[in-house]
Design a protein around this ligand. Sequence first.
Ligand SMILES: Cc1ncc(COP(=O)(O)O)c(C=O)c1O
Length: 376
Amino acid sequence: MDLFPRGRPTVCTIDLDALRWNFRQAREKVGAQVKILSVVKADAYGHGAHRVAETLVEAGTNALGVATLEEGIALRERGIAAPVLILAGAYPDSFDELVRHGLTPTVFDAENLDRLEEKARRRDKPLDFHLKVDTGMGRIGFLANDIAAWLPRLKKSTPLRLAGLFSHFSQSESVEGEYTLRQLELFKRTVERIRGAGHDPGLIHLANSAAIITLPAAYFSMVRPGLMLYGAYPSAAMAEAIALRPALAWKSRLVQLKKVPKGTAVSYGQTFVTRRESLIATLPVGYADGYRRLGSNRAEVLVRGRRAPVAGRICMDLTTIDVTDIPGVAPGDEVVLLGEQNGERISADEVARWADTIPYEIFTSIGARVPRVYLN
Ligand SMILES: Cc1ncc(COP(=O)(O)O)c(C=O)c1O
């Protein structure tokens, strides 16, 4: 099957079988008793929220997590009926839409709580929400250490129903340090205080991918995997603890191949000048597609199963590579920017290092103009 769309040959393939496999690995780690909220925010980390959500619902996810109301509505409009939590908070001016689409808000401060309660009072059934507690991330959430001040705001007879209580780790790469353990302890104390005041906190959740892989003490009644579902590791060392399969591959083709003499400058600013007679190829992909410019003269791609370096600056829509050392290279050859070719692999982690960033940003930066093609 030719994966490339008509026209510009640049595409991301998403292997839904890999996604199912990764979900099963998460399920095996946490066991059948712990619920899984699959994080599909930011268009499922660039993998396409609708198809990913559909696949994960079929695979048995208990809930989905998005960042914004709009992301939640988009899932509903595509027929996704599973519980959807708006992780990054809901805003009072859009509570009507939230209720209409049956989305679950995260409440992170007292004003939010009061406004949601006002809204809920006009309904004939309770409105579920999850309460976000800040145990050390320092962004949204009721400060765990200030619980004495905010706990009385949780009333028992209210049209709101506390359906979940959660916090987020400040470490996403590794959760082994002291700081994480302090967050865990503070979270546990918060749960106890809330229970002690006579409230049922509902679902209790804290674990991100790193904690699912290495910190069972953080499982509680639900976990929130993101990155691992897409087959990337929070840190390389975790490959020993769990076998994940990358779901996304980013491919293009050589659209022009040129033999140039020694001393030829390639791309903007002449940052690459050939030191020998060279074969320079052009790919129809650039930083406007999310192929980060920081990878200029640093990143590598795969051609015929071998690595070829990016030569010169990555442009908005085009990238030049040096294929002098690739035997048999020919115009039209498939190029892998991220993924596998003939047994050689470029991981999201590697692409991230070339761009001084993290795999999360690589995935979520792949632009909307790169078609996503679903396999399996
Ligand atoms: C609140 C929340 N929970 C869970 C996740 C998933 O984290 P990860 O992708 O590291 O598994 C994220 C991701 O940023 C998040 O913001």
